[in-house]
Each structure stands twice: as C-alpha cells, then as structure tokens.
Design a binder for this molecule. Sequence first.
Ligand SMILES: NC(=O)c1ccc[n+]([C@@H]2O[C@H](COP(=O)([O-])OP(=O)(O)OC[C@H]3O[C@@H](n4cnc5c(N)ncnc54)[C@H](O)[C@@H]3O)[C@@H](O)[C@H]2O)c1
Ligand SMILES: [Zn+2]
Length: 375
Amino acid sequence: MATERLLAIGGEECRVVVGRRALLRLAPLLREAAGAERWAIIADSRVAALHGEAMLARLREGGLAAALFRFPAGEEHKTRESWARLTDELIAAGIGRDAAVLALGGGVTTDLAGFVAATYLRGVPLALVPTSLLAMIDASVGGKCGVDVPAGKNLVGAFHQPRLVLADPEFLRTLSEADLRDGLAEAVKHAAIADAEHFAWLGTQAPRLLAREPDAIDTLLDHSIAIKAETVLADPHERGQRAILNFGHTIGHALERLSGYAVSHGKAVAIGMSVEAALGAAAGVTDPDAPAAIARLLTGLGLPTRLPPGTDAGALLEAAAGDKKRRNGTLRYALLARIGAAAPSADGAWTHAIPEALARRVLAETTFRASPARP
Ligand SMILES: NC(=O)c1ccc[n+]([C@@H]2O[C@H](COP(=O)([O-])OP(=O)(O)OC[C@H]3O[C@@H](n4cnc5c(N)ncnc54)[C@H](O)[C@@H]3O)[C@@H](O)[C@H]2O)c1
Ligand SMILES: [Zn+2]
C-alpha cells in the first residue's frame, strides 16, 4: 500500500506518495497537483529507453498531453549545457506557461529537470517520479535542484518545490546492482544522522535489501523518506540543521569531482561518511565507536569505505574547499555526535571546522592500501 504525506515546505505544499502500485494513480495525482495543459517529461537516455514510452502512454491514457525530452545519462551531464539544450528544446516545442515538468529518473534527472522547471519561463510547476533508490529516498524530497559547474557540484541551482513526488518501487526492478547500492549509501546516512534503531535494522537486512525484497524496500523507503522530510521541514532553506544531510558529502563531493565523476555519488558518499566519521572521532566530536560501526554497515551493503589508492590528500582538500561548505576560509564538516545523532555546533550551523593538519592525518589513515606483503 502506498503511504502519503503532505509536506508544507517554505510555504509550498508538496504531496509525497510512496509505495507499490502508486504509479497506477499517477495521472489523476498529476492533474490535482497542477492543472497543466501539457506535461514535459524529462528523462536521461537510459531511463527514457527503459520507461519513457510507457510513461508517455500512461499519461496519455490518463487524458494528459505529454512529450518526452531526453539528455545523456550520467552525472557528467548534470550541467549548464544540458540545462541550455533542454530549455531550448522546450521553447522549440512550444511549451508554454500552461505546461509543467515531470522529471522521470534518478537524482541527476530530478536535479536537472527541477532546475529547468525552476527557471523555464521564470518557473513552471514540477512533479517528480524518482526511479533510482537514491532519488526516491533523498534527491526528490526537499526542493533543492541545480547543476554541477567546473568549480564544484551543485554550485548553480535553486529551491523549487515539486507539487508531487511519486515513488513506486516497481522502477527498482530495472536498476543496476551498483546503482541500488548507491541508494543504500544515502539510507545509511539518514540512519546515521537521525535514527540508531533504523541503523541497527539496516545491519540485519543487507541480503534482503540487495535482493530487493518488497517488504524490506518498503520499510527502507518509509524510514528514509520520513527522516529526510523531517530534516527538511525543520529547516527548509538550509540555514542550520538541514546541513546534517551533508554528512559524508564534503569529502564525498570532493572525491566525485576529483575522479571526474568516475566515482558515483553513492560510493563517494559511502567513503565520505567513513572518512568524516573518523575525522569527527579524531576531533573529539564523534563517539569513537562510530567509525567502525559505519564501516561495518557499509561493508555489509557492499559499499566502499576507504579512499582509492593513491588519493592525493592535498588535492582532495583543495577540491573540498572549492565546495560551498567552506565558511570564512576554513573547511567545515557536518559530523555525527554518535550513531543516530548529528553533532550540533555552538554557532547553530551544525558544521564543524577541522584543522587541515588533522584532516590530512585522517585522510592518510583512511586511504586504501594493499596489506603489506608478508616477510
Ligand atoms: N537535490 C537533492 O536534495 C539531492 C540529494 C541527494 C542526491 N542528489 C543528487 O542525485 C544525484 C545522484 O542520483 P542517482 O544516483 O540517482 O544518479 P543518476 O540519476 O545518474 O542515476 C544513476 C543511474 O541509474 C540509472 N537509472 C535510474 N533509474 C533507473 C531505473 N529505474 N532503471 C535502470 N536504470 C536507472 C540512470 O540512468 C543512471 O545511469 C547526484 O547528482 C546528487 O548530487 C540530490
Ligand atoms: Zn547525497
């Protein structure tokens, strides 16, 4: 059964419908969400090939006019260039102010299509149908959208709340194993910052989650989306507490960027959480038992916990400093207090300055090294 939440975020209402068979209700829900004459469906090449035609047919059968717009799959295409091409195509297709955007895809698509909706004709209504686990539990809730630029990830963007988010686990059937694991990384993040019991549950469910057992996936979606929604509701424009969702992301984003996006977002965040848990422990902010608990859970879910061999700590910190989490020149991190709780800071920012020397030491300790050969 699908569950429903009505989130009032920053004065705007967003209906979040999650669960099996939710897709059957898409057309009527879209009509309620926005009285749009036409829906511009935006999908990446991979999702368009798998689900584009079925989505067009579903909308048309539901009495809605729809057209499909594609961009090449991959984080490296979450760019101003893709935004420019898509907005030009919408103009060429005569999409007007009476239309709305439907993002169909993973987090790259919800971020990029969200930014198109935020800016096209100074903003048109947006609905999201996330198709990756990561987008279902994280990227689709909260209203942040945007693109990556050479200086860093998500540096150009907007807040644009979707009117509707509809997450049906049916889509996960076609998701690759690697992309499923990426989503599990953000689920670990949610549990680590907010819910120790859910963290423990995740530890017992790895085989079921990796096998996509519907009951386990339902519980995961429900808990993770609840945590994301509560965190966003408490701080819609990220003035303070919402920063805790960036746990693992200061290092994670830097690693993604440094690798030219060869390391996926989920894997980078998994490594980022391991490193930042160790940083927090070394700085006396995080419970010293937390890093091992995080590493154990991530390993059980088949996710990496160490920086790739040969990672240049200086270059990584440089890449992180180009990221927006830098305040007053010092690199700041969202850290855990312990498993299930983020660490507040005295200034209310929920981020902690870590001296570079300490960061370099921890980065060296958390870089993957082949075990020394036996004598
Ligand atoms: N706005 C936010 O609050 C927020 C939060 C978390 C992450 N993000 C962003 O999300 C992005 C990562 O999301 P992602 O991991 O979903 O990346 P993604 O959108 O690139 O999807 C990963 C891969 O899975 C494919 N895919 C998606 N759904 C599929 C399906 N049902 N079947 C088969 N293949 C499918 C995609 O084509 C892509 O190749 C990053 O850019 C990150 O910055 C944003
Ligand atoms: Zn993330």
